[in-house]
Design a protein around this ligand. Structure first.
Ligand code: SF4
Length: 228
């Protein structure tokens, strides 16, 4: 029998999309306030955060195209944001060792200080996430991974450096319910609560192999904790 609320309610997927949209709006507002304190627009603050996360010691300084890809904005929009950051003395360019004709983006000393302020997550978001129980946080992280991978597969966002698309990821390699997965890079077991969304050591799998790993991750393994 169809429950009354099945006919009264909007489809579940629509309400979920609506809720996620509200969360996104709250996040943008929080980032706007953080950036404002430094005189940055949200796009400039996000560009600063990308340059900080992707660059640093031992890594290639990110190019403008990479910033645009990570922010899911057009190249001219990213170019405007980076040019503003250069004018403010927060970002500089340096030759890219991978290509003599290209340049990489690095933070200045002042840019590093600004990135730790403006690039941080708004306290209200961190506090709200911390209010969830450890089990809820772990479950939500797994769902967020699924959502990011789904958006990535639809070409809606740039590829993220996820464990689940990494060459080193061995889902359900162990019988330990708390740490069923294995990272071949670190050579250590880990659990869903450790899944990374932006791992610098991530080595992306080709699509066909990534599908096999994803199927294994979502189906789980005997003796391991059941997948969501
Ligand atoms: S290298 Fe990073 S992304 Fe890859 S499995 Fe290990 S922790 Fe995850």
């Amino acid at each position: 029998m169809t429950a009354v609320f099945d006919t009264l309610s909007e489809p579940l997927s629509r309400r979920l999309a609506s809720g996620l949209s509200r969360l996104s709006a709250a996040l943008r507002a929080g980032q706007w306030r953080l950036g404002e304190a430094r005189g940055l627009t949200p796009t400039q603050a996000q560009a600063l955060a990308v340059i900080a996360a992707r660059g640093g010691p031992g890594r290639h300084a990110p190019r403008l195209s990479e910033v645009a890809e990570q922010l899911a904005v057009s190249r001219p929009t990213a170019s405007d944001a980076v040019a503003a950051l250069e004018r403010k003395g927060l970002v500089a360019r340096q030759p890219d060792p991978r290509d003599a004709r290209a340049s990489g983006l690095v933070l200045t000393g002042e840019g590093q200080a600004a990135a730790s302020d403006a690039g941080d997550w708004p306290a209200m978001l961190l506090d709200t996430a911390a209010d969830l129980s450890p089990a809820e946080q772990e479950m939500l992280l797994r769902l967020v991974v699924k959502m990011i991978r789904g958006l990535q597969a639809r070409g809606a966002i740039a590829p993220a450096r996820l464990c689940v698309t990494c060459r080193h990821f061995r889902p359900y390699a162990h019988g330990d319910a708390l740490a069923p997965h294995h990272c071949a890079y670190v050579d250590a077991p880990f659990g869903d609560r450790h899944l990374r969304l932006d791992c610098p050591e991530q080595d992306p799998l080709p699509p066909a192999e990534a599908e096999v790993v994803w199927a294994r991750f979502t189906s789980g393994a005997p003796g391991a904790s059941p997948p969501n």
